[in-house]
Design a protein around this ligand. Structure first.
Ligand code: NDP
Ligand code: 2IT
Length: 453
């Protein structure tokens, strides 16, 4: 599809020719630029100040070797990444992903999305992302520790509490953040808030563990109220993933009166018509780090389905609300068709870019409430920013205090998105609204700070 604006077309064509192989990155950029058509048309300063060509280019890309020693004493080498995308409104902020599929395209798409997500939180954080193609599966605690230490030995040179503050993402939770924090402190001899998602004994914030999943449900609840005049109570909810985001989304769905009936991991998926057994899921995934086959073995009411190539079985289950919480492009046009035929009323994204553009288009056409990732999953990074505030003032807030702030932020994102969409003639469009509201603040800050020459 062509852009209406020749400026947007020129910037996108240039980006595409320079990064032809970075398909995930181009997918994320295209979606944002499409939403910006009316903004660019109404504001000639954006072209004058080169805002679009600057915002799609990372300020800095750091690519490094991570060598570490496995339990057999053998040297292993992985690739490490940190993309410092935009610092117009605050220090670079965003997670670290450890997964064999990590490459520059994946980290750039995540870093680009993070710019607008972080802006939507209303807190002062810029956009960044990092990670490695290291595969944590099957590694011992000691191997994870040695990898995290080797990774931080290089990353340490580029980050800092006022420069760039990483956190978790796929494959990085409390255990990994602890190992990385220990290594940073050893190397620098300073105790600062350089990472978020830290343990509660050494500067972590209450609610950070739950924040992305809880925030997703607060966002969905508010959007359901505003656009569909309903809520979670009595609703059947399909969730994908079985990691940090999925688990705490499931927990909050129950608290809000819904019934989560599915979850999935990289090898299969569960349909549990009586509702997912949350304690069992936590035991299998958080404590024992096992596969969902162990969940099925302990739960007679659950059906386990092995993952089939090209299929995402969770979306074939009849549900009212779908919350994709695993990974990018895990919900395609065919999945969207099944969900729509089964009467889904809302799809809100816990993962980053889980729906393909064709799936998003199908939801839009069918009048399904669609909450895009950069808005719906912003609760994690918002609570990270609250952790940074607590670290700066060397204070510790209560669970209730942080949770209340999180709820306010998620509701605010729904309203700011709806207002921005309406301002540009796209009433009710949460995708365009999130992209525009996130963009406007960053663009204004970039214009105010000038161009170096
Ligand atoms: P976790 O590592 O805790 O969990 C990821 C889950 O998704 C696991 O169940 C994993 O399966 C499954 N999964 C990962 N990759 C694939 C794949 N290629 N195919 C199928 N399943 C897969 O990560 P999080 O829960 O933290 O992250 C999930 C999503 O949420 C990601 O898109 C992340 O970017 C996003 N996100 C995370 C935030 C956070 O604060 N953690 C904040 C905002 C967004 P298995 O158990 O087999 O590994
Ligand atoms: O995608 C995300 O927003 C995250 N993985 C959380 C980032 C953070 O800095 O808390």
């Amino acid at each position: 599809m062509e852009f209406k604006s020749s400026y947007l077309q020129r910037v996108y064509d240039g980006l595409e020719s320079r990064n032809a192989e970075q398909t995930e990155f181009l997918q994320a950029v295209r979606e944002v630029l499409e939403s910006l058509e009316p903004v660019v048309a109404a504001n000639p300063d954006l072209e004058k100040w080169g805002i679009i060509e600057r915002i799609v280019e990372p300020e800095r890309v750091i690519l490094f070797r991570v060598s570490w020693v496995d339990d057999q004493g053998k040297v292993q080498v992985n690739r490490g990444y940190r993309v410092q995308f935009n610092s117009a409104i605050g220090p670079y902020k965003g997670g670290l992903r450890l997964h064999p599929s990590v490459n520059l395209s994946v980290i750039k798409f995540l870093g680009f999305e993070q710019i607008f997500k972080n802006s939507l939180t209303t807190l002062p954080i810029g956009g960044g992302k990092g990670g490695s193609d290291f595969d944590p599966k099957g590694k011992s605690d000691m191997e994870i520790m040695r990898f995290c230490q080797a990774f931080m030995t290089e990353l340490e040179k580029h980050i800092g509490a006022d420069t760039d503050v990483p956190a978790g993402d796929i494959g990085v939770g409390g255990r990994e953040i602890g190992f990385m924090y220990g290594q940073y402190k050893r190397l620098r001899n300073e105790f600062t808030g350089v990472l978020t998602g830290k343990g509660l004994t050494y500067g972590g914030s209450l609610v950070r563990t739950e924040a992305t999943g809880y925030g997703l449900c607060y966002y969905t609840q508010e959007a359901l109220k505003c656009l569909k005049n309903t809520d979670f109570s009595g609703k059947k909810v399909a969730v994908s993933g079985a990691g940090n985001v999925a688990i705490y989304a499931i927990e909050k769905v129950y608290q809000l009166g819904g019934t989560p009936v599915t979850c999935s991991d990289s090898t299969g998926w569960i349909y549990d018509p009586q509702g997912i057994d949350l304690e069992l899921l936590k035991e299998v995934k958080e404590v024992k780090r096992q596969r969902l086959t162990e969940y099925a073995a302990a739960r007679p009411s659950a059906e386990y389905h092995e993952k089939a190539a090209g299929e995402h079985g969770v979306w074939s289950v009849k549900c009212d609300i779908a919350l994709p919480c695993a990974t990018q492009n895990e919900l395609d046009a065919n999945d969207a068709k099944m969900l729509i035929e089964n009467g889904v009323i809302a799809v809100c994204e816990g993962a980053n870019m889980p729906s393909t553009p064709e799936a998003v288009e199908a939801f839009k056409k069918a009048g399904v409430l669609f909450g895009p990732a950069k808005a719906a999953n912003a609760g994690g990074v918002a609570t990270s920013a609250l952790e940074m505030s607590q670290n700066s003032e060397r204070l510790h807030w209560s669970f209730e205090e942080v949770d209340e702030k999180l709820q306010d932020i998620m509701k605010g994102i729904v309203h700011n998105s709806l207002d921005a969409a309406e301002k540009y003639g796209m009433k009710g469009d949460l995708v365009a609204g999130a992209n525009i509201a996130g963009f406007e603040k960053v663009a204004e800050a970039m214009i105010a700070q000038g161009v170096a020459y």
